[in-house]
Design a binder for this molecule. Structure first.
Ligand SMILES: [Mg+2]
Length: 409
């Protein structure tokens, strides 16, 4: 095993002064200035504050009156929870899409990603940590700190050591040594009560824990006790708890050169969207059998809903439905946009249909294509006709409805 491949690799992302950073992002005059966020303008306690405020001794939980005495230039801003949630969602969507679908939202501004299986695609854990930071930056343009290690607790620990705006890397083989002198209560999830229990048994640092039999912790605290014992050795067994509900639908659309009437070009766009949708289904380990396929013309949407015999994640299968749609509904109208939506995506795991023999060859091909495209960019490999595809932007049309407004024509 090379030094750069870890048996388990967990990334922890922690936004720096998240709410205050958003206030500074949205209102440039607040940048580089001490900002405190409170619950409304009448909130008495500081929910969070910018690093400029922290440098002046202000901290989360401090009373605003006290903070204003300490720092008269302090700017108070009321919290805007909806805006914070919007950016948190944008950030987690980007991380799922570009780093790993195995993502756990730990709090509004913290997330764990299991990237153990991404090392072939994305490179070393060090590099994945840097890519994670870049993805957050591109998605929300806010500062964050990233930690990477072999388990959740160690990743969180090393991130905290590199705040703000840093990248902490702690290879699994070095965790035990690194934590040896660290007080056990510094690890996330070890409360004061447990700290007192341990202190009474002579355990103050993570290194001390090795002398305490794991059974004592297990007997007193159950699984959490055993977990803490392991956490101190850099062996936190807790998995990244992904909690993505299958989306109700998943779609891709694209704007075309206005009033396109060349059927070859329309077919090429539909093929591109079919491949994009199929890639996305596979990426989220979903499959679907009902697809809504539409063309926007100056008269409105043309199209219909089509079903495959068995669930699919194959762009070629979806594309054959788009041909059927064209044959049935398109009569030479100029087309402005194309759109394909999977209406019933559901988890592919454990579904018998995935193992139908005729699909196996295609599945292997698709897996290889995904691997290459994730490394070299979308559709580096794909159906030959797509090599000529346009660079028009992808769109999700607000007018598009699953049934299609065709009835209104
Ligand atoms: Mg934070």
């Amino acid at each position: 095993m090379s030094d750069n491949h870890w048996p388990r690799a967990i990334v922890f992302v922690d936004m720096d002064a998240f709410f205050a950073s958003i206030e500074q992002l949205d209102e440039p005059s607040l940048r580089q200035r001490p900002v405190a966020v409170t619950n409304g303008m009448r909130g008495t306690c500081i929910i969070t504050c910018s690093y400029e405020a922290r440098a002046r001794g202000i901290y989360t939980g401090m009373r605003i009156k006290e903070a204003q005495q300490l720092c008269p230039q302090l700017i108070q801003r009321p919290a805007r929870p909806q805006r914070y949630a919007q950016l948190a969602t944008r950030m987690s969507d980007a991380l799922r899409d570009e780093i790993s679908p195995d993502l756990e939202i730990f709090s509004v501004d913290e997330a764990f990603l299991d990237v153990s299986h991404c090392q072939k695609l994305l490179g070393s854990p060090q590099s994945i940590a840097a890519q994670t930071k870049a993805v957050v930056n591109r998605a929300v343009n806010l500062p964050c700190t990233v930690g990477v290690s072999g388990d959740k607790t160690s990743a969180k620990f090393i991130a905290k050591e590199h705040k703000p705006s840093g990248i902490g890397v702690l290879p699994p083989g070095q965790v035990r040594q690194r934590l040896r002198e660290v007080p056990v209560t510094k690890l996330c999830g070890i409360a004061e009560g447990i700290g007192r229990f341990l202190a009474a048994r002579g355990v103050y640092t993570c290194g001390d824990m090795e002398r305490l039999p794991i059974g004592i912790m297990g007997k007193r605290f159950g699984y959490p006790g055993r977990r803490i014992w392991l956490m101190c050795q850099g062996l936190d067994p807790d998995p990244v708890h992904t909690s993505i509900a299958a989306p109700k639908s998943m779609g891709h659309g694209k704007v075309m050169p206005p009033d396109t009437i060349d059927s070859n070009i329309i077919h090429m766009y539909l093929l591109h969207m079919s491949e994009k949708l199929a890639t996305r289904l596979r990426r989220y380990k979903l499959q679907a059998k009902t697809f809504s396929i539409g063309l926007l013309t100056r008269q409105g949407w043309l199209g219909d809903t089509y079903r495959t015999a068995t669930s699919t994640t194959d762009g070629a299968v979806i594309s054959s439905l788009t041909r059927q749609m064209m044959d049935e509904h398109w009569r030479g109208e100029g087309v402005l946009q194309v759109h394909i939506t999977a209406l019933d995506p559901y988890p592919a795991d454990g579904q018998l249909e995935m193992f139908v023999e005729e699909h196996e060859g295609r599945d292997a091909v698709n897996k290889t294509v995904d691997t290459i495209n994730q490394r070299y960019g979308e559709l580096a490999l794909g159906p030959a006709r797509l090599l000529k595809r346009s660079d028009m932007p992808n769109v999700i049309s607000p007018a598009w409805k699953p049934k299609g407004p065709r009835q209104t024509i």
